[in-house]
Ligand binder design. Sequence first.
Ligand code: ATP
Length: 239
Amino acid sequence: MIDIKNLCKDYDTVRALDDLSLHIDKGEFIGLIGPNGAGKTTLLKALMGLVRPESGAIAINGMNIWEKPVETRQLTGYSPEPPVLYDYLTGYEYLQFTGRMRGMNGKNLGDRIADLMQEFALQDKAAELIADYSHGMKKKIAIAAALLAEPLLLLLDEPTGGLDPEIIFSLKKLLVKLHGQGTTIVFSSHILETVEKLCSRVVMINKGRLVADDSITNLYQHYGNGATLEDIFIARVKN
Ligand code: ATP
């Protein structure tokens, strides 16, 4: 689903991604972790073509994202952190706009928006301007927009940040369901317990470099003695 080769990205003097290579198969559920400033957001942005790398290549579903920007984005749902929305649309209008951009319309789009509004408890806010939403509400609209067109690939940057516990619970259940249906999911998080519970594989980066990439089971076996993901994180980030 994703093939990243020798990716380097600089912001002025900062090397945010440093010769990073990664292969993700269809249907994998990846937890992307790393300390603040490790390069997680930059990596997700690079997958969406929102930052142009200095060198390296990215393919989604076998297509180079720079040669086939529309085709690769059509396969992908992306929820950024912080959420980037249009303040002077209502939540409903934003989802309608996003759906139409993705080629959805009519009853199909209306029903899908209604389902997502219900899933994220946003029905009462549907007609309010996004400018008046709390951070958590904005986050929910951004995630709903990413899910709207039922993408094959979901990229979620810190999806649980700012959400209340009930919505986090629903979101986790929804992600497990989507994974069961074959969606490839990559989400970044600082909540290691969530990564431990949900993901089939952990990708850890530090200073733009890959420092761990394995299944949770293999990581536990490697570190032994009842090590948690927190122990492994601390050990890997120190090196
Ligand atoms: P966090 O967990 O704190 O959200 P992150 O792992 O998502 O961090 P990035 O946001 O990708 O990390 O940042 C990687 C590095 O690139 C950091 O050193 C950051 O300061 C730098 N950086 C990110 N965006 C920019 C930018 N637009 N201009 C300059 N430097 C940037």
